[in-house]
Design a protein around this ligand. Structure first.
Ligand code: BDR
Ligand code: CA
Length: 313
């Protein structure tokens, strides 16, 4: 008998690295993506939605429904990151409009409905953007959201300074209140922090050329991230493509790449003058508080890259 596939919902603010992560999920045979939900984040909602549809087409496998969600954070003005992903969020390569279209139902309604229609503990959620849609679903239907098996969250920074403010990672910085709601929602969660795409997890020019030569999809994955390459060069002086969402999707899809995972007290800073959106991972247990979630501290980089290359072939 064939093993049952894991069922995923993916929430995404689709820019260039989200696009690669979506392709990974849609090509991974052990999972079925039930729905993609789009949120404001890296780029405005309309562009993120367009890019999500483009990513689904690029995957070339099947076409889960795409639902449009919130166009701004819960309590703040929208923050976007065109400087990192290009004006269109896909490196301004000029990809044609997608043929696929979105569903009419709102993303938050869709998440709640899908959970209501399925047995508890059978659906996992992977988040690649700010947590606005997910927090809205928790506020509207907290008991239904508890039917989720787990949430895998790309967000937060472990050791290094933030990538968007002095202390904070972009997805969490954009809507820290939403992050707080999700962390306190009572669903097991695993965080994939931004450091999992730094250093040798990044792709140097030779690796980028190798991936681009694999297939048209490999070429898409590299080309659409060309603005990220320039951003990293300008900001950090390194010729290294750092892909946060694919690392997180790797953590979600391939549990065997998780090298060190620790359960600990995890929270997000909502106040303060300089630290809004900073995540706290108390893996040394300074606070003597009970663990409320898990964080992946490191991954098996060669295995992750091998899998990524296989899936982009
Ligand atoms: C996050 O922000 C964006 O640049 C990426 O899509 C990722 O979700 C990394 O901080
Ligand atoms: Ca993202």
């Amino acid at each position: 008998m064939s093993e049952e596939k894991r069922k995923l919902i993916i929430d995404t603010d689709t820019a260039s690295d989200d696009a690669v992560a979506i392709i990974m999920a849609l090509r991974e045979p052990s999972v079925e993506v039930l729905a993609l939900t789009v949120v404001n984040g890296n780029i405005p909602l309309k562009l993120a939605t367009r890019n999500c549809l483009i990513a689904v087409e690029q995957a070339g496998t099947y076409t889960p429904p795409v639902y449009v969600g919130h166009d701004r954070p819960l309590m703040r003005e929208a923050v976007t990151a065109e400087a990192c992903h290009g004006q269109d969020g896909l490196g301004d390569v000029g990809y044609p409009d997608p043929k696929l279209t979105t569903e009419k139902e709102h993303a938050v309604d869709a998440i709640i409905r899908i959970l209501e229609e399925n047995p508890a503990g059978t659906i996992e959620l992977v988040t690649l953007g700010p947590l606005t849609n997910i927090a809205a679903a928790f506020m509207r239907a907290p008991e239904t959201m508890k039917k989720l098996k787990q949430i895998i969250i790309m967000g937060g920074q472990l050791y290094q300074p933030g990538n968007w403010s002095v202390t904070s990672e972009f997805n969490i910085f954009v809507d820290a209140e939403a992050c707080d709601v999700v962390l306190r929602g009572g669903v097991p969660f695993l965080i994939s922090p931004v450091e999992l795409c730094y250093g040798d997890c990044g792709f140097d020019p030779q690796e980028r050329a190798e991936i681009a030569a694999l297939s048209p999809t490999g070429k898409f994955a590299i080309d659409c991230n060309r603005a990220v390459v320039e951003f990293v060069k300008t900001r950090y002086g390194r010729n290294n493509l750092q892909l946060a969402d694919p690392s997180a999707m790797g953590v979600a899809l391939w549990p065997d790449i998780r090298k060190e995972v620790t359960e600990c007290f995890i929270a997000v800073e909502l106040g303060g003058k300089y630290c809004y959106g900073q995540m706290i991972f108390d893996y040394k247990n300074h606070l003597k508080l009970p663990a409320n979630g898990a964080v992946c501290l490191s991954i098996d980089v060669p295995l992750y890259k091998k899998r990524l290359k296989e899936i982009l072939k």
